[in-house]
Design a protein around this ligand. Structure first.
Ligand SMILES: Cc1cc2nc3c(=O)[nH]c(=O)nc-3n(C[C@H](O)[C@H](O)[C@H](O)COP(=O)(O)O)c2cc1C
Length: 192
């Protein structure tokens, strides 16, 4: 049987991003659990702010089409999002908005969300760990008819969450990550 493919998408472009760091740790965990993992940067898929006139004039930008196909090549997707003003950053929402407009031949629009499993995680410097961004992201993905696994990871005090080997140093955090990865793999395997 082909290896299970999981895509990891950090929702921040910032150098030294807490969420990109968590995405790297999660990717390692996914690989250790036996899946084939791809970790991307949204910097490689730059998109304008969604504008229906732009779409009517020029179609969906090629980076949105490419990202949709990248998602389509994986059975499971982990999105690791920052929290901005109690919600997801514009980058994450705008990316999902554009991808949800892609319609490849022989597919319905937004089918890429319906056909695979999503997991969500967040990292923040405060105690809540991006919990409100996770609630917003779950709502957005659910509105796209995605299956979003129940487990999730909100990494609190993420500036201090790592040891000098860049591993999660608190057992509760690493257990939450493992449980999320296990469930993502389990749900994704059921749709292979
Ligand atoms: C516009 C803005 C709004 C923010 N709002 C929140 C917030 O509501 N909750 C929170 O935990 N952190 C908030 N932060 C802090 C971010 O969590 C912090 O900058 C984090 O490092 C961003 O993620 P990154 O390191 O992956 O880029 C905000 C930061 C910015 C720039």
């Amino acid at each position: 049987m082909a290896a299970l493919k999981i895509l990891v998408i950090p929702g921040s472009l910032r150098t030294g991003s807490l969420n990109a760091r968590l995405a790297a740790v999660a990717a390692l965990e996914i690989a250790q659990a036996g899946a084939e993992v791809t970790r991307i940067s949204l910097a490689d898929f730059p998109l304008p702010i969604y504008d229906g006139d732009l779409q009517a004039r020029s179609g969906v930008p090629k980076h949105a089409v490419n990202l949709k196909r990248m998602i389509g090549a994986h059975r499971g997707v982990l999105i690791v999002t920052p929290e901005y003003n109690s919600s997801v950053p514009a980058l994450v929402k705008n990316t999902i908005d554009w991808v949800s407009r892609v319609q490849d031949p022989h597919e319905t629009r937004g089918q890429v969300f319906r056909d695979r499993t999503f997991a969500i995680a967040a990292a923040s410097g405060n105690r809540l760990g991006g919990t409100r961004a996770l609630a917003a992201l779950r709502l957005i993905l659910t509105a796209c008819h995605a299956t979003v696994i129940p487990n999730q990871l909100a990494l609190s005090f993420a500036n201090e969450a790592y040891d000098d080997m860049e591993r999660l140093k608190h057992a509760a955090d690493s257990e939450a990550l493992k449980a999320t990865v296990r469930q993502l793999i389990d749900f994704s395997q059921r749709t292979m």
